[in-house]
Design a protein around this ligand. Structure first.
Ligand SMILES: Cc1ncc(COP(=O)(O)O)c(C=O)c1O
Length: 486
C-alpha cells in the first residue's frame, strides 16, 4: 500500500504554503473527469497558457485538455486513430495524445501521482525539503514543473545523452539539474546518484518513479480511465478491444493495461523496449536512441505477471520513421500512399517513444492476426516538440530527406514491420522477467526478498494499490478545505 500516514506538523506547514501561494490541488476524480472542476477554476484557466508555471495548471493534469497552447478548457480525451494506409495493418490502432499536458508529456501526471500523497499527508514538507526526480527524461520535467507550482526546490536527474530541448527547459524550471553519465538506458547511474544524494545529508525526498506506486496508481486510474472512455466512443457493435502496448520506461503507463484487463479480461498487455537493449526479451543490455524508455533493469512497479508479450523495436526504425513523419518529402510521400491529409498533418504528435509504441502495437496486431474490427491502444507520451534538435542532427548527418528515402523507410520500417523480436510470454517466461527485478531491487536498492515474492505470489499485492485513489482523494479534499481557497 502507498503509505498514507499523516504527519500533522509538517502537514500544517504544507497547508500554509499552499494558502500563501493560492494553491489547491485536483482529486483523482477531477483528473479523470474535469467536468467536476469548479467553474471558477475553468474560467481562470482561460487566461493561462498550457505550460505556464501557474498553480491552476495542476488542474490540467488530465487527458482532457483542449488541444491548444493557450487558454484552453476541457473536452474529450485527446486521441487519434491511425489508418491502415499508415500502419500497414487492418487493425484499428488508436493512440492517446500526450502533447496536450503541461510540459508536453503525460509524465507530469505520474510525477503528481507520486507527489500528491506525500504532500497531503505531510510526509513531504515543501517549505524545507527538496524534491528529487530521477528519470529518463519526462518524469523529471514533470516533477520539476509540479515542484515549481508548489514553489518548492527540486533536483532533476536525467542521463546526459538526452535531447537538448529537455535540458534547455529544465535549466529554467528546476532548481538543480544533474546529468548522469551515459544515455537513455543508463538507469543504474541514476540510482547511484540518488544514493549519493541520500548520503549527502541534505533534507530531500526522492520520488523514484521506477518504484513509486503513485506512478502506477496515476496511470492505472487516470490513463486507464481515459482509455476506457475512448473505447466507449470508438467500439462499434462488431468491434473488440484486443489490447494495449506500452514501452516500459518506469512501467507506469503500462499500469493502464491492468485497468483495462479487469474490464476486458481477454485483452492483452504488450510491453516494449528497444532492440538495442533487449532486457525483457533476452536479459540483454545496450544503449539506444528511443528517448524516455530506459531499460537494463525491470522497474519495480511493472506487474510482469500480468504482461502477455514483450516486443523489441529497432531504434533505427524509430529515427527513420521520425524523419518520414516530419520531413516535407516524407509527408508528401505518405499523402501519395493514401494517408489522409488530416492525419499526415498531425504526425508530429508522435515523439520517438510514441513511434516505438505504435510499431509495438502494429507488431502485436500482426502476431494476433487482428482485422478491421480489432482495436489496439497505445500512448504518445510526448511529441516531436522535444526532438527538433534530433531532426536537425539527422539532417546534418544524413543530408536532405528525399522521396527515395521516404519510399524505403515506409516500406521497410512501417509497412514492413513483421513479428520478429517479439515473445508471447508463457508463465515461466513471465517469471524469468520478474526474477530480473531481484538484481536491481533486492541486491542494490533495498527491497526485500519478501516483497519481491509478494509481487509474484500475493494475490492482493497489485489490487491493494489499485484501490487507493479514493483514500487519497479524501486527503486531497481535506487539504484543499484547510487551504480554504474556493
Ligand atoms: C518519452 C517517454 N516515453 C515513454 C516513457 C515511458 O513511460 P513509463 O515510464 O510510464 O513506462 C517515458 C517515461 O518517462 C518517456 O519520457
Amino acid at each position: 500500500m502507498i503509505d498514507l500516514t499523516v504527519q500533522p506538523d509538517r502537514l500544517e506547514r504544507a497547508v500554509r504554503r499552499a494558502r500563501e501561494r493560492n494553491i489547491i490541488i485536483p482529486t483523482y476524480k477531477q483528473m479523470k473527469n474535469p467536468a467536476l472542476i469548479p467553474a471558477k477554476i475553468k474560467a481562470e484557466l482561460g487566461q493561462i497558457g498550457l505550460w505556464d508555471v501557474n498553480p491552476r495548471n495542476l488542474f490540467r493534469i488530465t487527458w482532457h485538455n483542449t488541444p491548444q497552447p493557450q487558454g484552453g478548457s476541457f473536452g474529450g480525451v485527446n486521441y487519434l486513430e491511425l489508418p491502415p494506409s499508415l500502419t500497414g495493418t487492418p487493425a484499428r490502432i488508436i493512440v492517446l495524445v500526450g502533447k496536450w499536458f503541461p510540459t508536453g508529456a503525460h509524465k507530469v501526471g505520474a510525477a503528481f501521482g507520486c507527489l500528491a500523497p506525500r504532500l497531503v499527508t505531510g510526509q513531504f514538507d515543501p517549505t524545507s525539503q527538496k524534491a528529487v526526480w530521477p528519470s529518463t527524461g519526462n518524469f523529471c520535467r514533470g516533477g520539476a514543473y509540479d515542484s515549481a507550482l508548489f514553489a518548492c526546490q527540486s533536483i532533476a536527474i536525467l542521463p546526459e545523452g538526452m535531447s537538448r530541448e529537455r535540458f534547455d527547459w529544465l535549466a529554467k524550471i528546476a532548481g538543480e539539474v544533474i546529468a548522469t553519465p551515459g544515455t537513455e538506458s543508463n538507469v543504474k547511474e541514476i540510482f547511484d546518484k540518488c544514493w549519493e544524494l541520500r548520503k549527502s545529508g541534505q533534507d530531500l525526498m526522492i520520488f523514484n518513479q521506477f518504484e513509486e506506486f503513485g506512478n502506477y496508481l496515476w496511470h492505472y486510474e487516470v490513463t486507464g480511465h481515459a482509455m476506457e472512455e475512448v473505447l466507449q466512443q470508438v467500439l462499434g457493435p462488431h468491434d473488440s478491444y484486443r489490447g494495449m502496448a506500452s514501452a516500459t520506461g518506469s512501467a507506469g503507463t503500462i499500469a493502464s493495461g491492468d485497468y483495462l484487463k479487469q474490464l476486458f479480461p481477454g485483452s492483452k498487455i504488450v510491453a516494449s523496449e528497444a532492440l538495442q537493449c533487449p532486457t525483457l526479451l533476452e536479459n540483454g543490455f545496450g544503449s539506444h536512441r528511443i528517448e524516455g524508455i530506459g531499460d537494463k533493469h525491470v522497474p519495480w512497479i511493472h506487474n510482469v505477471k500480468n504482461t502477455d508479450m514483450v516486443v523489441a523495436i529497432d531504434d533505427n526504425a524509430v529515427v527513420k520513421v521520425a524523419r518520414l513523419f516530419n520531413e516535407p518529402a516524407g509527408r508528401a510521400y505518405l499523402a501519395k500512399k493514401g494517408v489522409p491529409e488530416a492525419i499526415v498533418g498531425q504526425l508530429d504528435l508522435l515523439g520517438f517513444s510514441g513511434i516505438s509504441n505504435v510499431l509495438s502495437a502494429v507488431k502485436a496486431a500482426k502476431y494476433y492476426e487482428m482485422g478491421e474490427h480489432d482495436i489496439m491502444l497505445t500512448v504518445l507520451t510526448d511529441s516531436m516538440q522535444l526532438y527538433g534538435s534530433r531532426l536537425a542532427e539527422m539532417r546534418a548527418e544524413s543530408g536532405e530527406y528525399t522521396e527515395l528515402n521516404a519510399a524505403a523507410d515506409f516500406a521497410r520500417y512501417l509497412h514492413g514491420q513483421s513479428t520478429d523480436n517479439l515473445l508471447e510470454l508463457t508463465y515461466a517466461q513471465r517469471r524469468r522477467v520478474h526474477n530480473l527485478k531481484y538484481f536491481t531491487w533486492v541486491e542494490q536498492q533495498g527491497r526485500t526478498y519478501e516483497e519481491i515474492n509478494a509481487q509474484w505470489y500475493d494475490r492482493n499485492y497489485w489490487t491493494s494499490f489499485q484501490g487507493q485513489a479514493e483514500a487519497i482523494d479524501a486527503l486531497i479534499e481535506e487539504f484543499n478545505s484547510r487551504v480554504g481557497i474556493q
